[in-house]
Design a protein around this ligand. Structure first.
Ligand SMILES: Nc1ncnc2c1ncn2[C@@H]1O[C@H](COP(=O)(O)OP(=O)(O)O)[C@@H](O)[C@H]1O
Ligand SMILES: O=P(O)(O)O[C@H]1O[C@H](CO)[C@@H](O[C@H]2O[C@H](CO)[C@@H](O)[C@H](O)[C@H]2O)[C@H](O)[C@H]1O
Length: 436
């Protein structure tokens, strides 16, 4: 079995250790959830470090043949794809059952319809999501880090405050890893009539590029009213987070330490992507300006990896998803208090991404670039106006911090793109312009 899993796991989209040989793979936990369905936690050793992953294991030659994409071998398959078996997860959450070391729970006062059948969501990335009857989405966290997942922590806290900007949580699955309660999966309301912000923004950019009208504000698919509404929703969620979790005001000294940390990360990004070295001075100068003017700074829980792909427009307003922080960071860091402007900076970067990404293969890229810049500027400004109008704290003197946080995010994106989508690398690189 371990040999089989070793061969299979390296081809999975969510496997974080691609490209490095697996030295050892062990099954750490193996629990039968229902006849034919097992829950496995496996530990993978690569270059002396261990990573844990979870897997729903189905067995049976006939079933395995039916779920070709989920085929593991020897009659075993990834049972996340088997709707005949995944109902067990909903049923166990609904009844609040313990199955061996696994605890299935639902949010107090919620009812779960256990008759719904699941489908794996096409956009699988670092996790696997099961959509039950277009009503619930159950996200299985594939790579496991000990601790309560910040997504579960935040969404349940905001649900208790009746936030209208989150997808209603229903239930979760947990176990103990290294003595810590650890989230394995989370079930939320599936927003079946919503579009994600990235798709909506790209539709607007596409419309602008195709239109004869050269102005972003006057083109048919103008996004700026939505960008403004998104800014308002962001400010409201920041208020809700500040009310639900502790907040602090950190001293100027602490702000300087934060900037030192960004400097270290920039150096790591340059080491990994040497071409960034030519532009690093732009970030250095922005960081220095924050250090020179360092003052007290309010910090609180934030989203942590805020971009257009994490927000969905429903028929009534914007809903924010995936409060998990930056994937790959330790949980303590993802839960750490930070300036809410970090999220604002993340979304500003996303407007640049949306504007520039369609230019990559465009035959008239040079001619369209001024429109791209105008689109990004208009929507960035609208988002900021909405953030202020929604009660977000944004003073003129925050511009220096915001610029530094944007460049810090761009440095993170340089590494992300170099590792995952090298052809997208020019997008974050373009953020390092001295004249912005
Ligand atoms: N509650 C939801 N309702 C509808 N679609 C969702 C929901 N949660 C996630 N999605 C869809 O799944 C995509 C990926 O979700 P996300 O939580 O960002 O996963 P990952 O952590 O793997 O990036 C989103 O862009 C969205 O299209
Ligand atoms: O959504 P995830 O939590 O997996 O976040 C990671 O992947 C994102 C890409 O899917 C990445 O976001 C970057 O690309 C987006 C366009 O695809 C863009 O809107 C964002 O602004 C940009 O940062 C994110 O950084 C990464 O953590």
């Amino acid at each position: 079995m371990t040999e089989l899993l070793t061969g299979w796991i390296t081809h999975q989209r969510w496997f974080a250790g691609k490209g490095r040989p697996i030295d050892d793979l062990t099954v750490e936990s193996d629990v039968e959830l229902s006849p034919g369905l097992r829950h496995l936690i496996i530990s993978v050793r690569q270059a002396g470090a261990d990573d844990r992953y979870q897997l729903l294991l189905g067995s049976g030659a006939e079933e395995s043949a039916r779920f070709k994409p989920a085929h593991i071998g020897d009659g075993y398959y990834d049972a996340a794809y088997d709707a005949e078996l995944t109902g067990t997860l909903l049923q166990a959450m609904a009844s609040g059952r313990d199955l061996g070391p696994l605890r299935f729970r639902h949010l107090e006062g919620t009812e779960i319809d256990t008759s719904l059948r699941s489908l794996v969501l096409g956009a699988e990335q670092s996790n696997t999501s099961l959509v039950y009857g277009g009503t619930y989405i159950c996200k299985l966290f594939r790579r496991l880090t000990p601790g309560v997942n910040p997504e579960l922590e935040i969404v349940t806290a905001l649900a208790r405050r009746h936030s209208t900007h989150i997808a209603q949580p229903y239930g979760w699955i947990e176990t103990d890893l290294d003595g810590e309660p650890t989230t394995l999966a989370m079930t939320q309301e599936f927003l079946s009539n919503a579009n994600d912000g990235w798709a909506l923004a790209l539709a607007s950019v596409r419309d602008l590029y195709a239109s004869l009208n050269p102005s972003a504000a006057e083109a048919g698919g103008d996004f700026s009213a939505e960008a403004c509404r998104l800014g308002m929703a962001t400010a409201r969620v920041h208020h809700e987070l500040a009310a639900a979790f502790p907040t602090e005001v950190i001293e100027a000294q602490e702000v300087k330490r934060m900037i030192e940390d960004h400097r270290r990360r920039l150096a790591l990004a340059v080491a990994e992507v040497p071409a960034l070295g030519a532009y690093a001075q732009v970030a250095e100068e922005a960081y220095q300006r924050v250090t020179d003017a360092a003052r007290e700074m309010p910090v609180q829980r934030v989203h942590g990896d805020y971009h257009l792909g994490q927000v969905m427009r429903t028929t009534s307003d914007w809903v924010i998803l995936d409060f998990e922080g930056e994937p790959g960071q330790p949980i303590a860091e993802r839960r750490a208090l930070a300036s809410p402007l970090r999220d604002v900076a993340g979304m500003l970067r996303s407007f640049d991404y949306a504007a520039l990404h369609l230019l990559a293969d465009h035959p008239d890229a040079d001619g369209l670039r001024p429109r791209a810049v105008e689109w990004a500027e208009l929507n960035r400004a609208s988002f900021l106006a909405g953030y202020s109008a929604g009660g977000g704290h944004l003073r003129p003197e925050d511009a220096v911090l915001l610029r530094a946080l944007e460049l810090a995010k761009a440095a993170y994106e340089v590494i992300y793109e170099a590792r995952n989508r090298p052809t997208w690398l020019p997008i974050p690189m373009a953020a390092f312009q001295p004249d912005r």
